[in-house]
Design a protein. Structure first.
Length: 483
């Protein structure tokens, strides 16, 4: 059932930060899986770059260990791993120094796609971008891939865009938001625009509200000092959740083409109303379940950073007038789940007496743990009890639908890297989109910082602060259960 794998063009991919956590957990195991599938062909190469003095053999050993740790056993084929490792090289480079760049240049081959993945701190983006050009490592067709966070406010995002724009054209810059690489997120576009069923109903006339939830069970322990400078709004809402909101709210693009899609997303961001302070709930998890609370993990006892946020967001345009989008995300919640739920309105008139049995139609798009879609519809309760109504799911779980082949669905990083090689920017954020998202986020954050707003404590293992429930109750609505 999984579609035929079409090999991508031959490439040389340089991963700056090739020995870092992201490279070891996601990028390199992902590339192995693309090699296993035949999408990365055996004449392509991957070059790790970082300051550490490693040999090719050291780097291959590190990657081999990563594959053992992060690729499921059933997908580990010793002969293919060996062939994959032989495609790997390593160059020691300090992004801030001049050494090593000529070695890297000598490894670059003519007439193959060159891509440079900046899997390093954003403070190094400018140094790497400039040296790729001054040392003649990049060519006019080269692509650069940059990781989040892309700025921490509008000013820093603008500065970062300007630094990159000095060296590379926008068509060469791939800003990763791995949420856009998820199978279900792309399926959202297919469901909307390849079916006649949904689009006519996709507006405030028929949709009561939309809920977007990204709930995590993990704490910030181990990366608390970094997280404390960011918080849920910057870490999740400005990027991932904003992208999901855009895909739901955008107008149909004229074509599935990078700029057509990104133009429509940008219009949504620009149509977002400022959020009123009473429509925001911020929280911080307390100690519990044998673990310290947020302030212990962030090592900042006076921290006012939120590990949870819920917001009511209005998209001010014809399509969405009167249909709020409720967003919530947090750490140490009851379950790890990400979903978009689109709740439809009630039919204009009921012909049935069983008003009690009636529930709204809800389209649920699950991003994790098990990717899939679910449409809640009303049917007659089976049996002789008269015309009683009940709600049932029309369930499409990818794992069930695809069986064993579900494991072959590329994960978000794999898919996005292959898109970079194909030169397809549809699933990457454009510079103006990122800036528009910060332009909306900044006043919200500035307002609570100016007030010295302190987040509300919430117990770990719950669905978040009490006030978040009120955000919905006030509007006579309810959050879906986190489970
Ligand atoms: P990390 O584990 O700290 O790794 C950083 C990498 O950069 C190492 O390979 C390090 O190797 C290299 N490096 C540091 N300074 C360098 C320099 N001056 N020149 C050349 N290389 C240098 O970081 P990470 O977690 O992989 O994150 C990398 C980027 O991805 C960051 O921007 C992060 O925000 C982003 N990100 C990470 C994750 C994740 O899950 N980890 C998720 C989303 C986004 P040497 O010390 O040997 O130079």
């Amino acid at each position: 059932m999984v579609s035929r794998v079409i090999p991508v063009d031959v490439f040389d991919l340089v991963i700056f930060g090739g020995t870092g956590d992201l490279a070891r957990r996601k990028i390199l195991p992902g590339l192995y899986r693309r090699f296993l599938s035949g999408q990365m062909t055996s004449d392509s190469r991957i070059i790790g770059a970082a300051r550490g003095e490693l040999t090719d053999a050291d780097f291959r050993k590190m990657v081999s260990d990563s594959i053992d740790e992060f690729v499921p056993k059933g997908r580990r084929d010793p002969a293919i791993i060996e062939a994959f490792l032989s495609r790997l090289h390593y160059v020691a480079i300090d992004a801030k120094g001049e050494g090593g760049w000529d070695n890297l240049k000598s490894l670059m081959r003519p007439n193959v796609v060159r891509a440079f993945y900046f899997s390093v701190a954003p403070s190094l983006f400018g140094d790497i971008a400039a040296r790729l050009n001054t040392h003649g490592v990049a060519d006019a067709q080269s692509r650069i891939v940059v990781e989040k966070p892309f700025g921490r406010d509008l000013a820093s995002a603008r500065a970062l865009n300007a630094i990159l724009a000095e060296q590379f054209a926008e068509s060469q810059i791939y800003r990763i938001d791995h949420y856009l690489g998820k199978e279900t997120v792309q399926n959202l576009m297919a469901v909307r625009f390849a079916n006649i069923l949904f689009e006519p109903l996709w507006k405030s006339e028929y949709i009561d509200h939309v809920q977007i939830t990204v709930a995590e069970t993990v704490s910030v322990e181990g990366r608390g000092a970094y997280y404390d400078k960011s918080g849920a709004m910057r870490d999740m809402v400005q990027n991932h959740m904003m992208q999901l909101l855009c895909l739901i709210a955008m107008e149909p693009p004229y074509h599935f083409d990078p700029d057509a899609v990104r133009d429509e997303k940008l219009k949504v961001i620009r149509a977002l109303d400022p959020v009123r302070s009473e429509d925001i709930v911020r929280g911080q998890y307390l100690a519990g379940g044998g673990q310290g609370g947020y302030v212990a993990h962030s090592e900042n006892v006076t921290s006012k950073t939120e590990s949870y946020i819920a917001l009511k967001v209005n998209v001010s345009n014809w399509r969405w007038k009167g249909t709020p989008f409720y967003l919530r995300t947090g750490k140490r919640l009851r379950a790890r789940t990400s979903e978009i739920a689109i709740t439809f309105k009630e039919p204009p008139h009921s012909i049935f007496d069983d008003a009690e049995g009636w529930r709204e139609n809800v389209l649920v798009i699950r991003l994790q743990p098990d990717e899939g879609m679910n449409l809640m519809v009303m049917i007659k309760e089976p049996g002789p009890g008269g015309m009683r109504l009940m709600q049932v799911p029309l369930d499409m779980s990818f794992a069930e639908a695809l069986g064993d082949e579900a494991e072959d669905i590329p994960d978000a990083y794999e898919r996005l890297i292959m898109d970079v090689i194909r030169g397809n920017q549809t699933l990457f954020m454009r510079g103006d989109e990122v800036e528009a998202a910060w332009a909306w986020t900044d006043p919200i954050i500035n307002a609570w910082e100016a007030k010295g707003d302190k987040p509300q404590g919430y117990d770990p293992g719950t669905s978040g602060p009490e006030d978040a429930l009120m955000l919905m109750h006030r509007d006579a609505r309810r959050w879906r259960e986190i489970r």
